[in-house]
Design a protein around this ligand. Structure first.
Ligand code: SAT
Ligand code: MN
Length: 596
């Protein structure tokens, strides 16, 4: 079949777009080009294609209407940070925390790999909008992909299709994403970003953040560069609204590394003692934040769906997620029950008999591997979420009253810590560390520095990124207060000190009390901690000793922490802002004075 490469077949007159699509088609030689319009009819057609090729397995349509299982290649189950590159013109612009490759050489290499790579395949052209339609935040991307799974997932994760072409009109300013799975050979797998061209080339992987280019690639790595240039922030943050019993709603943005509970926190169900409280989700992974005319920081969620971690999701940890997964969802690498339903570790304590594991092999409780892959995922539209905020599509976004940084730490970090000022909050974010998870390939459970949870997602030099955060202070006349939280601290026997999940609202309530000045905090060398009497623990079985342990600041642990932060600052080198180094020295001195 000869592909129809002329511009007339395209549903747009946009020359920049049609010429680029023709250029990639000439390179990759697909059999067919399909421009996605985002319609329901198209979804049905693509789903049929995906089922016929075995890419999607229909689940029990009575139990989970319009829901499907995808099994990825077992060598392709998580983001691959070692294969992710920032190809800026100057190496220094990508900085010491990113892999860098020369842009011209990389384009040449990838073009070589992609020559004729879509022969026998369909090339999907997926135009999409990030951010609410009609918003000053909104940006456009187009992803060219040879994966029908990616096209269907992008339909859930973004505002995809006709709306994007309408918004684009004749404009050539859009993020150009080229995605080709090749033969999924890890030897020919590279995720490359060219911020200077607003372009992404992702080759050899079909999974998550490697392949859904709207997400980490565009909305964080490329957008963070745009944000620096244009004076705003693209962050790895959930956004939620908390409504108190008086009906007043306060918005909070919170950064956590991948697989640390952002989705659970974003749609938290209040504990029974918190009658009259409600939590509303704006977003569960990414926030774009700009200063409003009122001097506050306003945020939107650029995405339109959730790509959440399945294991551990249950009626206890996240009842809203269980509801939203009842229909219209794609599951990736979870286990399947004999009646065509899904299962994963932590869903309940009783794995049903006759399970097939994430690779489709028979599984029972004696099997040595997990039934669902630890990084197995669900993809579901945000409109499925019972806790969705009425402002999730608000073009203005929502005003942010607090920013939270959080990591997964068995020691050192207290349940909650308050910064003294914007710059001190930036210091807290810049020194944050977290134990690694299955969301990225590599060892799990190792503490690494992950400033602002952006280590794998900042598209430029991390020292300049800290500098940008510090500079923002000048334009935010009414800045949010900045906090640090840790839900994962353990006692000497390895038990979690804090119950987490819905009970995290108790910590958020203290944060609101601090914002309103209703309570004070206790000063320590590293920041403010709550007085135990100010934490609302009605209905919670927790001893005062346990709470004290969870809030304890142990100077010796902090000394180790600050040594590790200093090593990280040294690695950043000359772009590291002086102010943050000074704050570090100051903190080390006051820890010493406190007996570290
Ligand atoms: O694979 S993704 O990058 O989309 C998920 C994550 O790591 O947060
Ligand atoms: Mn994430």
């Amino acid at each position: 079949m000869t592909p129809n490469l002329d511009a007339d077949s395209a549903p747009t007159q946009n020359r920049a777009l049609t010429e680029w699509v023709a250029e990639i088609a000439n390179l990759t030689s697909p059999d067919k080009i399909l421009w996605c319009d985002g319609s329901e009819a198209e979804r049905a057609r693509l789903t049929e294609i995906a089922i016929a090729s075995g890419t999607l397995l229909p689940l029990n349509q009575k139990k989970r209407p319009n829901s499907y299982l995808h099994r990825s290649n077992p060598n392709d189950v998580a983001r691959t940070e070692q294969l992710t590159f920032i190809c800026s013109p100057n190496k220094n612009d990508s900085g010491p925390t990113n892999n860098w490759a020369d842009p011209a050489e990389t384009y040449a290499r990838l073009r070589g790999w992609l020559k004729g790579s879509m022969r026998g395949r369909t090339m999907y052209v997926v135009p999409y909008v990030m951010g609410p339609l009609g918003s000053r935040f909104a940006k456009i991307g187009v992803e060219i992909t040879d994966s029908v799974y990616v096209a269907l997932s992008m339909r859930i994760m973004t505002r995809m299709g006709r709306a994007a072409l309408e918004m684009l009109g004749g404009n050539g300013d859009f993020c150009r994403g080229v995605h080709c799975t090749l033969d999924l050979n890890p030897e020919r797998r590279l995720i490359c970003h060219f911020p200077q061209d607003n372009a992404i080339w992702s080759v050899g992987s079909g999974y998550g953040g490697n392949a859904l280019l709207s997400k980490k690639c565009f909305a964080l790595r490329i957008a963070s560069v745009q944000g620096r240039r244009e004076g705003w922030l693209a962050e790895h943050m959930l956004i939620l609204g908390i409504q108190n019993p008086k009906g007043e709603t306060t918005y909070i943005a919170a950064a956590f590394p991948s697989a640390c509970g952002k989705t659970n926190l974003a749609m938290l169900t209040p504990p029974p003692a918190f009658a009259g409280w409600k939590v509303f989700t704006i977003g569960d992974d990414i926030a774009w934040m700009r200063v409003g005319e009122d001097g506050r920081l306003w945020a939107v969620n650029p995405e339109n769906g959730y790509f959440g971690v399945a294991p551990g999701t249950s009626a206890h940890s996240n009842p809203n997620a269980m509801k939203m997964l009842e229909h219209d969802s794609i599951f990736t690498n979870v286990a399947m029950t004999p009646d065509g339903d899904v299962w994963w570790e932590g869903l309940d304590d009783h794995p049903p008999d006759g399970l097939l594991d994430w690779q489709g092999h028979p599984w029972n409780q004696n099997s040595k591997d997990k039934a669902a892959h630890p990084n197995s995922r669900f993809t579901t539209p945000m409109t499925n979420n019972p806790a969705l905020s009425p402002h999730a599509n608000d073009p203005r976004g929502v005003p942010i009253s607090a920013i939270i940084f959080g990591g997964r730490r068995a020691t050192t970090m207290p349940l909650v810590l308050e910064s003294e000022s914007w710059s001190h909050g930036v210091f807290m974010g810049a020194t944050m560390g977290s134990e690694t998870t299955a969301a990225a390939s590599g060892a799990v459970g190792v503490v690494r520095r992950d400033p602002m949870a952006m280590l794998p997602f900042c598209g430029y030099n991390m020292g300049d990124y800290f500098g940008h955060w510090l500079t923002m202070e000048k334009s935010i006349k009414r800045p949010p207060k900045i906090f640090m939280v840790n839900w994962f601290r353990k006692d000497r026997d390895g038990n979690f000190l804090w119950p987490g999940f819905g009970d995290n609202l108790r910590v958020l309530k203290w944060i609101l009390d601090r914002i309103e000045g209703r309570v004070s905090s206790e000063k320590t060398p590293v920041g403010g901690v709550p007085k135990i009497s100010d934490l609302d623990i009605r209905g919670l079985e927790i001893s005062a000793d346990q709470l004290r342990e969870d809030l304890a600041i142990k100077p010796a642990e902090w000394e180790t922490e600050m040594n590790s932060a200093a090593e990280f600052f040294d690695k950043i080198g000359p772009t590291m802002p002086k102010l943050l180094r000074e704050k570090h020295q100051h903190l080390v001195a006051s820890l010493a004075a406190n007996g570290a």
